[in-house]
Design a protein around this ligand. Structure first.
Ligand code: PNS
Length: 162
């Protein structure tokens, strides 16, 4: 039987409980979900690619059909390399839509056989983003319920300024 493999791409700088919600729900739909961490994007990330993949591996250790790895270059090339056929994206609000719609159209232009599927972010994570997590950590606020418990200490260690 053909395995249905999906790619969930992003910066994951760092992974949040909002990302994990999308990963867990995708893992129930697909045979395998590969979380793709963009290595050389335009943004300068706070965490190295190795740290971001390591945090994802720790946070998804209990989900047997999820893998985390980094990729370079075009997303559609990574999707093909992993024998996947679907790109998963989470949508939090209308504000995400315009950019994500543009990327979905572009990727379908580059590789029409690859579909982008959007999952609506669960209500309790609609406000959450990696940049909010970084900001809270830098200023010593509580990360409880925003990221997995086991990642709170390493995130603080890297970002807390005082
Ligand atoms: O978490 P992010 O930073 O919003 O993720 C953006 C990401 C990694 C999905 C996007 O930048 C991407 O797909 N980059 C790979 C390069 C690529 O394929 N570019 C052309 C189409 S976006």
């Amino acid at each position: 039987m053909v395995q249905r493999i999906a790619i969930y791409p992003g910066s994951f700088d760092p992974v949040t409980n909002g990302h994990l919600d999308i990963i867990r729900r995708s893992a129930k739909i697909f045979d395998k979900v590969v979380v793709g961490v963009l290595k050389n994007g335009e943004k300068t990330p706070a965490f190295s690619p190795e740290e971001r993949v390591d945090m994802l591996k720790r946070a998804t250790a209990d989900i047997s059909n999820v893998e985390a790895k980094f990729f370079n270059g075009l997303l559609v090339d990574f999707v093909k390399q992993e024998n996947a056929s679907v790109i998963i994206k989470g949508l939090r609000a209308v504000s995400d839509f315009e950019y994500e719609f543009q990327l979905a159209l572009l990727n379908s232009k580059l590789a029409p056989e690859i579909e982008t599927m959007f999952l609506a972010t669960s209500e309790q994570y609609c406000f959450l983003s990696s940049s909010i997590v970084r900001d809270i950590a830098r200023h010593g606020g509580s990360l409880k319920d925003l990221v997995p418990d086991e990642l709170i200490a390493p995130i603080y260690e890297k970002l807390r300024k005082f």
